[in-house]
Design a protein around this ligand. Structure first.
Ligand code: PMP
Length: 402
């Protein structure tokens, strides 16, 4: 009965990680990794997370019961404040509904399935940036949407192609859904400026497009939770009804705990109440209830002011180290006189840099130097450290010259 099943194309990023693990060379470097590594190249459990786990383990009322369909209340209320700001008028007017999800991916999928049923213009497509995180297309296509792309990166200058983006949004059919990276765009590390966000908001309002923000790097991009939520809050002020998928994978280092939230914002308390019943229904049908462990850890951090302060320090530790690696790589390439310009490495933000290296060069780096990066030239700064920075810079210098 399954004779007609064809083989699915391999997931390039997961494949890269398998190849890296299988490589026995001592000098190997993983620049594909989408997770923070410390200066020794090791995964890092945030001190705030360690402390929250201790608190939870000593709670005499702790148990492994199912969560309610909404998730851990401290997490959902804390997460909404984190995204929209504690003085948000949308929160004050009860126009936001937040449900705990299976990390950012689960939030996107629940949102995608909800929209498949309730988007105001039937058959309106979903627009994703060119390029974007590969799973965006997969998620929205799986939920039954037609997926189109809008221009985003100027591949020559490695800057935002704002004119192309505005043109594509202008030409989008009314009611189209537009996936926007709230900060630290993956894979390019290129974010719109505040002025460019204003332009984007203006054309989206004019064309009646629906924003669906994906925020996987809040606090990682600039080190400030508020700065990294600026675009979302601006869109709320602008009066948009919208969705936000939030992940705590990177900013709390809770990758495998699958901790996130889906937020919806509508124009009225009553509409939000109705939306909440439908979102709950979709979530119930797909995951039944969210996963408790990560939700409780994140909820504990968000509700406790001491743990929250510790978390802010942890975010700074991670974002400062990433910035140091950006500065270091650019400085070394410029010192080596590597052909081309390298300012984009420090202009871009977040965990990734779109280096401008091509697929052949990425292959060469892998074969000759055991340096692993995706074939679109994206590197994860988290894979760099003071021990391998010089090696990587020299390897890039070599590949660019040859
Ligand atoms: N969106 C983007 C842009 C991402 O980079 C990621 C993580 N790679 C996610 C969403 C969601 O990841 P997760 O499901 O692990 O939270």
């Amino acid at each position: 009965i399954f004779d007609n099943v064809t083989e699915a194309p391999p997931d390039k990023i997961l494949n890269l990680s398998v190849m890296y693990k299988a490589d026995t060379d001592a000098t190997k470097v993983d620049l594909g990794v989408g997770a923070y590594r410390d200066n020794n190249g090791k995964p890092w459990v945030l001190p705030a997370v360690k402390e929250a786990k201790r608190v939870l383990s000593e709670d005499p009322s702790g148990n492994h019961e199912y969560l309610g369909v909404g998730g851990v209340p401290e997490l959902t209320s804390g997460a909404a404040k984190l995204i929209f700001g504690k003085d948000s008028p949308a929160l004050a007017d009860s126009r936001v509904y937040t449900i705990q999800s299976i990390s950012g991916t689960g939030a996107l999928m629940v949102g995608a399935q909800f929209l498949a049923q309730f988007k105001p213009v039937k058959d309106a497509p979903v627009y994703i940036s060119d390029p974007t995180w590969a799973n965006h297309r997969a998620i929205f296509e799986t939920a039954g949407h037609t997926v189109k792309t809008y221009a985003y990166c100027d591949f020559e200058t490695l800057t935002l192609n704002i004119n192309g983006m505005i043109k594509d949004l202008k030409e989008a059919t009314e009611g189209s859904i537009v996936i926007l990276h709230a900060c630290a765009h993956n894979p390019t590390g290129i974010d719109p400026t505040h002025e460019q966000w204003e332009q984007i908001a203006s054309v989206m309002a004019e064309r009646k497009l629906i924003p669906f923000f994906d925020t996987a790097y809040q606090g990682f991009a600039t080190g400030s939770l508020d700065n990294d939520a600026w675009a979302i809050r601006r869109f709320v002020d602008y009066g948009f009804e919208m969705l936000v998928a939030e992940s705590f994978a990177k900013n709390m280092g809770l990758y495998g705990e699958r901790t996130g939230c889906l937020h919806t914002v509508s124009n009225s308390q009553e509409i939000t109440r109705r939306i909440s019943t439908q979102i709950n229904r979709v979530s119930r049908a797909t995951i039944s209830t969210a996963s408790a462990h990560g939700g409780k850890i994140a909820g504990t951090i968000l509700k406790d002011s001491n743990l929250f302060s510790q978390w802010l320090e942890d975010l700074k530790t991670m974002s400062d180290r990433i910035k140091e690696m950006r500065d270091g790589l650019r400085t070394l390439l410029e010192k080596l006189g590597t052909p081309g310009t390298w300012n984009h490495i420090t202009d871009q933000i977040g965990m990734f840099s779109f280096t401008g290296l091509n697929a052949t060069q990425a292959e060469y780096l892998k074969n000759k130097y055991h340096i692993y990066l995706t074939d679109n030239g994206r590197i994860s700064l988290a894979g760099l450290n003071t021990s391998n920075l010089d090696y990587v810079a020299r390897a890039i210098d070599d590949v660019v010259r040859n």
